[in-house]
Design a binder for this molecule. Structure first.
Ligand SMILES: [Zn+2]
Length: 420
């Protein structure tokens, strides 16, 4: 009988590795062993510690610190406030002609992206290395970390906004059926009955000047969103401003987490560390109603950006194999109401990061290594954009990134599917 590898919830120690005896598979490094598929993996939501992640108050402190030590290279701005009144900040660095927009924590239970952005801002704002100088001269990086602070503080997917608050903000919607992405029940272990909210990653619209109309409700996942929430409206305003300033936003990246129990397609013993994608909408050229976006839509560039991300992670896998466990996120999605879908239709190259495990299944477990995987992918992508090399990458390499293997979790597949 095959000896199972370590439980995902057990600490690997030298003695426990030794106890596995001669049939134990080789473990490249202790932390890689921790991320290797185990006897059990569960998608069942549960209460787990998250205090090592950066909360909203700490984010403000850390952005202030980075702005200060950067000597003016990083500029922090308060963009506005969430529905519950929490500040939403942007941090801008670089003076280059290519605009790169980064967002994190639109789903408040998906937290590594915020920490990766802070690490990145710290580097590009303070380093005198040739790489940092090139980024600053070729790129203008604008980051909006923790763009859904209300959801983040509640440690849940949705924001914190009732339908009556929506109709108070948009009086023309009085009397219509609430949007399809309005949560009032239980989702991912969170009870929305007393504090309803929305999956605001379905609240975007490719028409950046769209105003909510009665006839567009309740909508569906295959249709556009509405900018109902202050959070998505703030990101839209930044995107619109960058488009006016630079002609277009070269690249947009949104940082997420997916289910904890996806395994590699060729090795059920290895968990997927990260899924990536550059495709979120059907081809606008052949989709009725979307033809006007076809001339700007650039799937080839999105594929090249994803190849740059994957190449960086495969390079890092030489030292730590876990970074090589990269797969493509499902390519059959058509989600024009996501930020990535809407901004791709406006001509930006787009990259989705889906790191392993949301907080209700992993808590802060593997926080450091998963944050590092996001950082490595962003670092490689930014270097490739700054040097221009990204435009020489073969988009066919994107299609050669393996698909996700199955989810071996023990809870309902429906929960695991709520990962975009
Ligand atoms: Zn997400």
């Amino acid at each position: 009988m095959r000896v199972r590898r370590r439980s995902a919830f057990a600490l690997v120690t030298l003695s426990s590795i030794a106890l596995l005896g001669t049939t134990a598979p080789a473990v490249a490094a202790p932390d890689d062993g921790l991320l290797t598929a185990a006897a059990t993996c569960s998608e069942t939501p549960r209460e787990l510690p998250i205090n090592e992640f950066t909360d909203h108050r700490e984010l403000g402190v850390e952005l202030d610190r980075i702005e200060r030590v950067s000597g003016g290279k990083v500029q922090v701005e308060q963009l506005g406030r969430s529905n519950r009144g929490r500040e939403i900040h942007s941090a801008r660095v670089g003076t280059g002609p290519k605009a790169v927009l980064l967002t994190s924590e639109i789903h408040g239970n998906e937290k590594t992206g915020t920490d990766a952005i802070l690490d990145l801002l710290d580097f590009v704002g303070t380093s005198d290395s040739a790489k940092a100088k090139r980024w600053r001269s070729e790129l203008t990086i604008v980051a909006i970390p923790k763009m859904n602070p209300d959801g983040a503080e509640l440690d849940r997917r949705g924001n914190d906004m009732t339908w009556p608050e929506v109709t108070a903000r948009h009086p023309q919607l009085r009397g219509v059926q609430p949007a399809w992405n309005y949560y009032t029940g239980s989702t991912q272990g969170d009870d929305y009955s007393k504090r309803p909210g929305f999956d605001i990653n379905r609240d975007y619209h490719p028409d950046l000047n769209y105003v909510p109309r009665k006839e567009d409700f309740p909508g569906t996942s295959a249709q556009t969103g509405w900018y109902l929430s202050p959070e998505t409206s703030i990101v839209r305003d930044v995107y619109r401003g960058l488009t006016a300033e630079f002609g277009k936003v070269d690249t947009y990246v949104d940082l997420h987490h997916q289910g904890a129990c996806y395994v590699m397609p060729d090795d059920p013993e290895e968990f997927v560390t990260l899924s990536i994608s550059g495709k979120f909408v059907d081809d606008p050229a052949t989709t009725p109603g979307y033809e006007k976006y076809a001339s700007k839509y650039d799937l080839k560039y999105s594929k090249q950006l994803n190849v740059a991300v994957n190449n960086a992670l495969q390079g890092a896998a030489n030292n730590r194999p876990v970074f090589g466990n990269v797969t493509l996120y499902p390519q059959d999605t058509n989600l024009p109401g996501t930020g990535l879908g809407s901004f791709a239709l406006n001509g930006s190259g787009t990259v989705l990061f889906e790191v392993r495990g949301q907080t209700q299944t992993l808590g802060q477990q593997y926080r450091a290594v998963l944050t590092k995987s996001v950082y490595i992918g962003l670092d490689g992508m930014l270097s490739s954009i700054a040097s221009g090399k990204v435009r020489t990458l073969d988009p066919a390499d994107y299609d050669r990134i393996p698909p996700r293997g199955p989810n071996i979790g023990t809870a309902a597949e429906a929960e695991a599917r709520l990962d975009g």
